[in-house]
Write a protein that binds this ligand. Structure first.
Ligand SMILES: NC(=O)c1ccc[n+]([C@@H]2O[C@H](COP(=O)([O-])OP(=O)(O)OC[C@H]3O[C@@H](n4cnc5c(N)ncnc54)[C@H](O)[C@@H]3O)[C@@H](O)[C@H]2O)c1
Length: 366
């Protein structure tokens, strides 16, 4: 328990003995806006707020930078105090709204997510090496690489959640996938840690477990934390990003959710997609669940919709509030043109990684 210089007005509790982890201070003060009609009171409010800010800045940059910091200020003074919230990152930068950093935001998934994550009280910080078209007023554009440590530290400043999509999304040579995916994810996690980001969602893939077979799943559904069985060098790099997430959670307590994404497209891509599809709306629901999760720790979830023909478990996602609403079955008539597909007999449909289990290793996909 700490007393601050405004002890007459506030009560400040800091759980300093919590385990080591990201440091973000949450400040809740109370100001009655209606009582601030005259300028004298307005100036009183700004004086008080600046006092609070300087206190919190010193708390954040003082002894608490290494641990989760939750500062609550309960004013005992009469009105004009009522309600004002402010958040500060480790370096003392005020975080007035929620800020979500999306890496790889210019890509296919980023483009599906942007409009669906947009909220009046939320800033989307969009990072990519490629140009990002038509930013709205609630979007900030950052041109930079996930492998650039300085750029990533800057990009993570004041961020609540990182949605890490950027990097190589298809099969490529080993140097490419190690650099863009494994090193890139390490750089993102380290920058997130330094900035005190609470949660990082990592875009992993079905190809991290591509050689898992449907006919060998003990229950009906493949658990989200199924051990690694990569089908490609790309899949190998996704195993690497998951391990990087585990490392940063175990070392620093940062929340890391590895979403093993199935097929996140506008519509299911082919018959296999009847099992693996993640609809655009469900993708956004999944990311919202990751953002809202209070203390998810380290975990795996499957990034798929509530497809009738799925063989991937939704239980782990449901545990953090992911409740998919869409079903690829809606497209079955269009996709199944001949005989009913046999998901067990057809080797492509029987494996999580589908046809990627047979592509030439390291040969860049076009
Ligand atoms: N779309 C899917 O069905 C699916 C399935 C499984 C996993 N994923 C994963 O989800 C993520 C997004 O997938 P996508 O389909 O949008 O891929 P995408 O290739 O369309 O987008 C990837 C984005 O990352 C950017 N990028 C590449 N190198 C970068 C770097 N060094 N720094 C910053 N940005 C960089 C690219 O410019 C691109 O805009 C990827 O990590 C992918 O592996 C996607």
């Amino acid at each position: 328990m700490l007393r601050d210089p405004l002890a007459e007005f506030v009560d400040v509790g800091i759980p300093a003995e919590q385990p080591v982890g990201a440091g973000v201070a949450t400040v809740v003060a109370h100001v009655n806006e209606t009582a601030l009609a005259d300028s004298r009171e307005k100036s009183l409010r700004s004086t008080r707020l600046s006092c609070l800010e300087s206190f919190v800045v010193s708390a954040c940059t003082g002894n608490f930078g290494h641990a989760p910091v939750d500062v609550r200020i309960h004013p005992r003074a009469p009105p004009p105090w009522d309600r004002v919230s402010a958040r500060f990152d480790q370096s003392g930068v005020a975080m007035t709204d929620q800020t979500i950093l999306i890496t790889g935001a210019a890509g296919g998934v980023g483009s599906l997510l942007r409009p669906r994550l947009s909220r009046p009280d939320r800033t989307l910080r969009l990072l990519d090496v490629a140009p990002i078209p038509a930013p709205t007023t609630r979007e900030e554009i950052v041109v930079g690489s996930v492998t650039d440590a300085d750029a990533m530290v800057d990009a993570c400043r004041g961020v609540d959640t990182v949605v890490h999509l950027g990097g190589q999304s298809r099969e490529h040579d080993i140097d490419n996938v190690v650099e863009l995916n494994i090193k890139g994810t390490y750089v993102v996690l380290e920058a997130a840690r330094r900035a005190g980001v609470r949660t990082v969602m990592l875009a992993s893939s079905n190809h991290a477990v591509g050689f898992s077979h449907r006919d060998q799943v003990p229950g009906k559904h493949l658990p989200a934390d199924t051990p690694a069985r990569p089908d490609t060098l790309y899949g190998l790099s996704k195993v690497g990003i998951e391990a990087a997430g585990r490392l940063f959670h175990d070392r620093y307590g940062i929340n890391v959710i590895c979403a093993r994404i199935g097929s996140w497209f506008e519509t299911p891509p082919g018959v296999r997609g009847l099992a693996t599809w993640l609809s655009p709306d469900d993708g956004a629901r999944m990311v919202e669940a990751c953002i809202a999760a209070e203390a998810p720790g380290f975990r795996f979830i499957w990034g798929i919709s509530r497809n009738s023909r799925r063989w991937f478990s939704l239980a782990e996602g449901e545990a953090i509030g992911y409740d998919p609403q869409d079903d690829a079955e809606l497209f079955a008539d269009r996709l199944v043109t001949g005989d009913e597909p046999d998901f067990l007999a057809d080797p492509e449909l029987n494996r999580a990684g589908g046809s990627w289990c047979e592509v030439e290793l390291g040969k860049p996909m076009t």
